[in-house]
Design a protein around this ligand. Structure first.
Ligand SMILES: [Zn+2]
Length: 461
């Protein structure tokens, strides 16, 4: 999970909800576009009619100068017409993906921009390969950038775009990601002429989804989708096998009945979504980043967490095994609960599942030894449970201590009750007061007394 609430980059979960058919959503978009166009037309028409009537009754007097508002009305009409035109293009692009029609996808891409057209062909092939059950694009707000305006001329329209999609079995509910598109009007029509000029102003990981970064290949297992570079088939299949085993461990050692599929991205890229492995401070082999059904700031400040995708550090692609993946997959299999749980609980539970896998293959003494090291070495260096703030920058063994806290709770109240505690925290732990209330009511402990318990904890062996 990662650092913000709800969860940022290095670890997170998955989602659920009623599936809305792609066709139905497309239908709604078309309807909205038609209504918007209709309104614009009607207003303009009404005004013209009124002027025509006025002119007809004023045959003998010179026509008055046009009302001051005419210019503004024309501008508003132009904006409305542009909105309809761009909506139509966006709908066409989504339909092209659904129909597997590359020519249709490229229809509105600037013929003069050869590089963009080449990139869009790759994007199209990737989108088709993912196999979305739903995909749609809509206009958010216009953005203004003098450099972009200067580069493309007076018709430049830079707009933030929301891409809403659903990967079957992976996304329990449609999720949203954002993009920035630059359109220009040329020869009486609108053309997409750039897709990266707003990237720096978008949220973390925007326009760096698995399909945005080069030609990909998807390898599939019954509950696993792995994305690798095109042609990296062997590695893709190996990661499918390790992920499948990792998922079996999560289902064996964590009581929640999670029914989803996992999406694992293993590209030769240090920055995919909000995973930033190029950062020297981040040594993790993989991270789980959140998906949102509603982005932060879209409807609420926090957004609505839908689930999580795993991203593997490019340098670790040959070393990931089911033990490491079971940690990340625990985040995935809990992410759709809401993402408000404290990080010590999220990371502690992920470590708990991972170490349970080691215990099960005869590593019991290794686990006991490690637990004792955490008690003897890590706990004395800290004065409280690790807080969310700075968790991933903390040089102390915050993972070990978090794991110990979950081991302690499992021994005290049983694993089933720890799972219930987790679910309650993830759904309702929106601030410290709520977290304190939930922890106290479900365990009889506060974070302070839980910490004190860890300092005197003697595991039963
Ligand atoms: Zn984690």
């Amino acid at each position: 999970m990662s650092e913000t609430t709800p969860r940022p980059a290095p670890s997170a979960g998955s989602g659920h909800g009623p599936a809305t058919g792609p066709r139905r959503v497309l239908g709604l978009l078309v309807a909205v576009a038609l209504v918007a166009g209709g309104v614009a037309y009607t207003v303009e028409q009404r005004e013209q009619d009124a002027r025509a009537r006025a002119a007809a009754t004023q045959v003998t007097t010179p026509a008055p100068p046009p009302p001051k508002s005419t210019k503004q009305t024309r501008a508003a009409a132009a904006i409305a017409a542009r909105r309809v035109a761009i909506d139509t293009i966006l709908i066409r692009r989504a339909q092209a993906v659904q129909a597997g029609n590359e020519a249709l996808f490229l229809t509105d891409v600037d013929p003069a921009n050869k590089q963009l057209r080449a990139e869009q062909k790759i994007l199209f092939a990737n989108l088709v390969e993912i196999g979305f059950s739903e995909i749609g694009f809509s206009q958010a707000e216009e953005r203004f950038n003098p450099a972009v305006l200067q580069a493309h001329g007076s018709t430049t329209y830079l707009v933030r775009i929301l891409m809403r999609y659903q990967i079957p079995a992976v996304d329990f509910t449609p999720v949203t990601t954002e993009l920035g598109y630059t359109f220009v009007a040329r020869g009486g029509r609108w053309l997409l002429t750039a897709d990266d000029e707003l990237d720096e102003d978008l949220g973390p990981g925007a326009h760096r989804e698995a399909w945005d970064l080069g030609r990909i290949e998807v390898q599939r297992g019954p509950r696993v989708l792995v994305v690798v570079e095109k042609g990296d088939t062997r590695r893709g299949r190996a990661i499918v096998r390790e992920t499948t085993e990792g998922l079996e461990q999560v289902l064996a050692y964590w009581p929640r009945k999670w029914t989803g599929s996992v999406f694992v991205i293993a590209l030769d890229e240090t920055e995919v979504r909000d995973a930033r492995f190029a950062d020297e401070d981040i040594e993790s082999a993989a991270s789980t980043g959140t998906t949102f059904s509603s982005l932060p700031g879209q409807d609420t400040a926090d957004g609505t967490v839908a689930g999580g995708y795993v991203v593997i550090n490019p340098n670790e692609r040959d070393r990931v095994d089911e033990i490491l993946l079971s940690h990340e997959l625990t985040h995935v299999a809990t992410a759709d609960l809401g993402g408000y749980e404290p990080l010590w609980l999220a990371e502690g539970v992920a470590e708990y599942v991972s170490w349970s896998g080691i215990e099960a293959i005869g590593g019991g003494s290794e686990v006991a030894k490690w637990e004792q090291e955490v008690i003897d070495d890590a706990v004395p260096q800290m004065t409280s449970l690790p807080s969310d703030a700075g968790f991933y920058q903390n040089s102390a063994d915050v993972y070990g201590v978090s794991w110990l806290a979950v081991r302690y709770l499992a021994q005290r109240i049983g694993l089933a009750k720890v799972e219930e505690l987790y679910a309650d925290m993830a759904m309702n732990g929106i601030d410290q007061a709520a977290r304190d209330r939930i922890l106290l009511s479900r365990t009889g402990l506060t974070e302070a007394t839980l910490w004190t318990s860890l300092t005197t904890y003697e595991p039963q062996r």
